[in-house]
Design a protein around this ligand. Structure first.
Ligand code: KG4
Ligand code: ZN
Length: 348
């Protein structure tokens, strides 16, 4: 991958362009400085997970207030770690959607204010596009077209990345996102919030073949469905309250991972992808990571797993995506708002 983008409409960017990224779309307050689209000089994430855990999920109003309290110190830490003064930056970027509108607005207004004060461009970043860039930040040798399996709390998508900003949707969930299924099943099993990491941990003590949960739409295209699986878990526990929680969790996780890996490798074969990568919070899952890499080795495809910190919400991926967007589209207007329902821009 090249590190300079010839641009006609965009803004001149180069390997030394320093961007401050800000991420506040949900319950992580994050700031990072990334140089040239992939050199991470600092990445600070303050998770609000403990604040929301007692409510069993993210409380939007509490998330917004926490972002207000945390964002300034998080940005200050990111600048100190990067060894930079704000004035030395070339642009300030922020996630503008999708996400919780109040939470997004804290990051967007802060980024615009800093861009104005430092007299540098503001760059509006799509959170889903940022997740797509996570792998490229850590492995710039990845060649396109890439298939990205993006699995988070709100999305489950198989995307073909044909070029920078050129995406095709190959498949997506028709109901619950994979992370949502982990969180709902985790809550039902009394494992607390968020369910994903808790199921990951407890599954290590369970038998993944104890219960044969269904694999919905397994041989049916590249779309996913997880709501029936969640219902099967609930029905099983009602009928068999004696089942060990670790066995139920491990069997559930096995079913989710089985479908995700099967469809990801099918998608890569279908488009003749040069690489297959994971993105989004669920990509932190231990079993998914293990199975995903074995599948890539078996299929002889360049597979790459971003680090766990890069899979879950962070601002380094925001700053990286911003570098490409700035080069392609130029600065965003200071009247840019937040869009809680923002979609990934797709090729028709
Ligand atoms: O990408 P992310 O940090 O936030 C969104 O944009 O949604 O993803 C959060 C989701 C949650 O549903 C969480 O339970 C899930 O990622 N998650 C995991 C693991 N770590 C986080 N799911 C399964 N196993 C994990 N280790
Ligand atoms: Zn996310």
């Amino acid at each position: 991958m090249t590190t300079t983008v010839p641009s006609t409409m965009g803004f001149p960017i180069h390997a030394g362009t320093k961007i401050l990224g800000i991420e506040t779309s949900c319950d992580e307050t994050a700031a990072a400085v990334v140089v040239g689209g992939h050199q991470v000089r600092s990445s600070v994430v303050s998770s609000q997970v403990d604040i929301h855990a007692r409510f069993g999920g993210v409380v939007p109003e509490i998330a917004s207030r926490a972002h207000v309290d945390l964002l300034t110190p998080v940005i200050a830490e990111a600048l100190v770690e990067a060894g930079l003064e704000g004035i030395e930056l070339d642009a300030v970027a922020s996630t503008v959607g999708p996400g919780l509108v109040g939470a997004l607005l804290i990051g967007v207004s802060t980024a615009k204010a800093l861009a104005l004060v430092w007299d540098v461009p503001f760059v509006a970043v799509n959170h889903l596009e940022a997740h797509l860039y996570a792998a490229l930040v850590e492995d710039p040798s990845l060649e396109l077209p890439l298939v990205v399996l993006l699995v988070s709390g709100g999305h489950t998508m198989l995307i073909s990345m044909e070029g920078h900003g050129r995406y095709r949707l190959l498949g997506s969930t028709i109901d619950d996102a994979a992370g949502e299924a982990f969180d709902k099943v985790g809550r039902y099993l009394g494992l607390g919030y968020p369910g994903g990491p808790a199921i990951d941990r407890i599954s290590m003590e369970g038998d993944p073949h104890a219960i044969a949960f269904p694999r919905a739409m397994y041989n049916d295209g590249l779309d996913f469905s997880f709501s029936g699986l969640k219902t099967s878990v609930i029905n099983h526990v009602r009928k068999h309250p004696e089942s060990a929680t670790a066995d139920v969790a491990a069997s559930f996780q096995e079913a989710v991972v089985d479908v995700l890996v099967h469809k990801a490798r099918k998608a890569a074969q279908q488009i003749g992808a040069k690489g297959l990568v994971l993105g989004g919070g669920v990509a932190a899952n231990s079993l998914l990571r293990e199975r995903f890499l074995s599948a890539c080795v078996e299929d002889g495809i360049h597979g790459f797993l971003p680090s766990r910190a890069m899979c879950t919400d962070n601002a380094a991926m925001v700053a990286a995506a911003a570098w490409w967007r700035l080069g392609a589209d130029g600065p965003s207007g200071l009247d840019h708002g937040a869009d809680p329902n923002l979609k990934l821009p797709l090729l028709s």
